[in-house]
Design a binder for this molecule. Structure first.
Ligand code: NDP
Length: 298
């Protein structure tokens, strides 16, 4: 028996940068792999490596019991999968497209209507990390379906995590981590712009950014404890002091003609928290003001 004969056949629909990485990982692990993409001409390397190119999405869906989809968003995934629902019936569909929990749950309801076993997923790493032990991917949906295909899905990443039966969970975790990532990455670039306005090169500031990052693991842990307990001790750094610090950064940025919309948003949340009487609490206390944006009107 060749390696491919006892490995699950997989179809990959969507050959953007990520879809190609996924198909490549399945192929390297010896899974017979069928590929399809709206625009022809993508995936020649995959075909050269042994993938079968389907002529239509319907043909791709029928080629394997396990169909993995990775498209631009759920609107596109609906447009591609809707017309092939009958071809997917009785198969397992794993949607690794990123979007919102609501759209994942809608997709799950649609799949249930059509007799398709459905897992929702999210990919948390860039294409170059796919197929390695470090690649983090989330899955949610029926546990039995996940467990049936766990070993095949783990080909995409050693750090593949099943989160639970609610199909929206993968997107919940994905959105939360992206929230942290994008706001942090915005701050990173803004900081370079701020120092750069006074002639400081990126490379001159970078070592100190890295030093600052070393406090993050402990901050993540303690913030999680505070969020879960609802207690925000501020004895070492109360919100009133932090608000003054944020104000300094805003004033320096304005003085240098930089955009301060995001910083003003942070300051507005801090001001609302202080107005609620939380000035002596610690930074995590802003979660109350984040949870009640309607308080803005008051
Ligand atoms: P790309 O933009 O490279 O690919 C998008 C895919 O969607 C292509 O297959 C494209 O087909 C298809 N598509 C777009 N519009 C339509 C349409 N109207 N009808 C049919 N097909 C359509 O995106 P990626 O591959 O990078 O990303 C795919 C998903 O993976 C996204 O949800 C992304 O957030 C997620 N992801 C990506 C990461 C990355 O590093 N790239 C990291 C983590 C998650 P066509 O070639 O015909 O345009």
């Amino acid at each position: 028996m060749t390696d491919q004969q006892h490995k699950t056949s997989v179809t990959v629909i969507g050959l953007g940068a990520m879809g190609q990485a996924l198909a490549g990982a399945f192929l390297r692990a010896g899974h017979p792999t069928t590929i399809w993409n709206r625009t022809p001409g993508k995936g020649d390397d995959l075909v050269a490596a042994g993938a079968t190119r389907a002529g239509t999405a319907a043909e791709a869906a029928r080629a394997s019991d396990l169909v993995v989809v990775c498209l631009y968003d759920y609107e596109v995934s609906r447009a591609v999968l809707g017309p092939v629902a009958a071809d997917l019936a009785g198969r397992v569909l794993v949607n690794l497209t990123s979007d919102t929990p609501e759209r994942s749950r809608e997709a799950a309801a649609w799949a249930a209507e059509h007799g398709i076993a459905y897992l929702d997923g999210a990919i948390l790493v860039p294409v170059t990390v796919i197929g390695t032990a470090d690649a983090l991917l989330f899955h949610s949906g029926p546990r039995a379906v996940y467990e049936r295909h766990e070993s095949t899905l783990k080909v995409l990443g050693g750090n593949t995590v099943y989160l639970g039966e609610d199909h929206g969970l993968a997107a919940v975790y994905d959105n939360a981590l992206l929230d942290f990532f994008w706001t942090s990455m915005y701050g990173l670039v803004h900081a370079f712009a701020l120092a750069g306005a006074d002639g400081v090169k990126g490379a001159e500031l970078a070592p100190y950014m890295s030093a600052l990052l070393s406090i993050f693991p402990a901050a993540v842990e303690s913030t999680a404890v505070e969020v879960d307990s609802g207690e925000y001790p501020g004895d070492q750094a109360p919100l009133v002091t932090e608000a003054a610090n944020v104000d300094h950064v805003i004033h320096a940025s304005v003085h240098r003609g930089l955009d301060v919309e995001a910083l003003n948003g942070i300051k507005a949340v801090l001001d609302r928290a202080i107005a609620r009487g939380q000035g002596a609490d610690g930074w995590t206390a802003i979660i109350e003001a984040i949870r009640t944006p309607e308080a803005r009107a008051h």
